[in-house]
Ligand binder design. Structure first.
Ligand SMILES: [Zn+2]
Length: 396
């Protein structure tokens, strides 16, 4: 519990009011008072609200890059307190959390404690990063108008040299988002993107599409020495995320024809076919035998999102754009804005197997096995993904 002890203010949560006496005046849509440095807003915020005593699970670590993430049970009100109390910290990286339970992988000991999408079991809330998108007063009004129970706080980058306003908004769910109940990892990931988009739409803000990860983590509030910082707390409703899925369709359920799909254009010469024998590289050909058993079901995009998150440049629907593993051979090596390479899980493109494909001339003719083999060679992915049931659901 060191992480939480370091983060949480001392609170007595045995009996209500767990928030202690605030200077709140009951009212609507206006500043209700202050609590421990946070402005309290909303309609009306009641520190004795029984929902603040709901037990949720969060998973936390001392750094976003940690491989030792630990799940903790915590009352919602205590969590909200932790999310409005800024800590002074020189560097941006520090204690971080996921708003849900991440359970270790029993089968792969190397993965235990890692923050992977496939380890996420249930989520209790959703966090949005708002960078130069809305400004303090406007953000406050948007959240108050949404009627949601929420906290918002300035992040470590807020108003730092060369940066504008940086806010993080956190809302909490009326019912937990359970990965198994929502159809397992693959479907839950798609639904989660719709939920993040739905929340952004409800608030009228735009969202960076690369930040819609089940295992997405964010920092507890912190500020650089001398930097301005602020938090808000809003009374309101727990969010019923199911409303954001009313128009959601399972892309697999609606697939009735073999019409060319998005992925087809990425491999116009049919280079995704074959068992890897047509691969151009040694590392690609080495996957030939594996391909015969696994390539038709391999969830390459899921594996990349879990193990090589920093290589993902956009995640919009089933297609993810990534850094090309052969980037060093491109005419523009090292260009982080290059969007020439993309990946689809098997079943998400009109192709018999998974697809990784790149538009650069240097990569013409390379097969998905070439790209996958290179990713293994570069250690973007561990070899265990090749047979891990999480990424091979149809083979197990
Ligand atoms: Zn390439």
């Amino acid at each position: 519990m060191q992480i939480l002890n370091a983060q949480l203010p001392a609170v007595n949560d045995s009996e209500p009011p767990i928030w202690g006496e605030t200077t709140a005046n009951i009212g609507c849509g206006r500043n209700l008072g202050w609590w421990n440095g946070a402005e309290i807003w909303g309609e009306p915020f009641d520190p004795r609200d029984p929902r603040l005593r709901i037990e949720v699970t969060i998973t936390a670590a001392n750094s976003k890059k940690s491989k030792r993430w630990t799940a903790y049970g915590i009352r919602l009100g205590v969590l909200m307190q932790a999310l409005i109390c800024h800590r002074k910290r020189r560097q941006k990286d520090g204690p971080a959390l996921v708003l849900g339970e991440i359970a270790p992988d029993q089968e792969h000991e190397d993965d235990a404690g890692r923050r992977l999408n496939k380890h996420v079991r249930v989520l209790y809330g959703c966090a949005l990063d708002l960078d130069d998108d809305v400004f303090g007063d406007e953000l406050r009004d948007l959240i108050a108008a949404s009627g949601l129970l929420a906290v918002a706080y300035s992040t470590h980058s807020h108003l730092q040299p060369g940066k504008g306003e940086r806010w993080r908004l956190v809302v909490f769910f009326l019912v937990p988002f359970d990965i198994e109940t929502e159809g397992g990892l693959w479907l839950a990931r798609l639904k989660w993107r719709s939920i993040c988009d739905g929340l952004a739409a409800k608030l009228g803000v735009t969202l960076d599409p690369s930040r819609r990860d089940l295992a997405g983590a964010f920092y507890f509030p912190a500020y650089a020495p001398g930097a301005p910082h602020k938090s808000y707390v809003f009374g309101g409703d727990l969010w019923d995320w199911r409303k954001a899925l009313e128009a959601f369709e399972d892309p697999r359920a609606s697939r009735t024809t073999r019409e060319p799909r998005d992925g087809a254009q990425w491999a116009p010469d049919g280079s995704y076919g074959g068992g890897g024998s047509r691969s151009l590289t040694e590392v690609g050909r080495a996957l030939g035998r594996w391909s015969r058993d696994y390539a038709t079901g391999f969830q390459v995009a899921d594996a990349i999102c879990d193990y090589a998150r920093e290589r993902v440049r956009s995640e919009d629907g089933p297609k993810i754009e990534i850094e090309c593993p052969f980037d060093d051979g491109h005419s523009n090596p090292g260009d982080p804005t290059d969007r020439g390479c993309a990946a689809w899980n098997s079943g998400d493109a009109d192709a018999p197997i998974f697809i990784v494909s790149c538009r650069h001339a240097h990569c013409q003719g390379k097969t998905p096995q070439d790209f996958l083999g290179r990713m293994l060679e570069l250690q973007w992915l561990p070899a265990s993904v090749l047979t891990d049931p999480a990424y091979n659901p149809e083979t197990h």
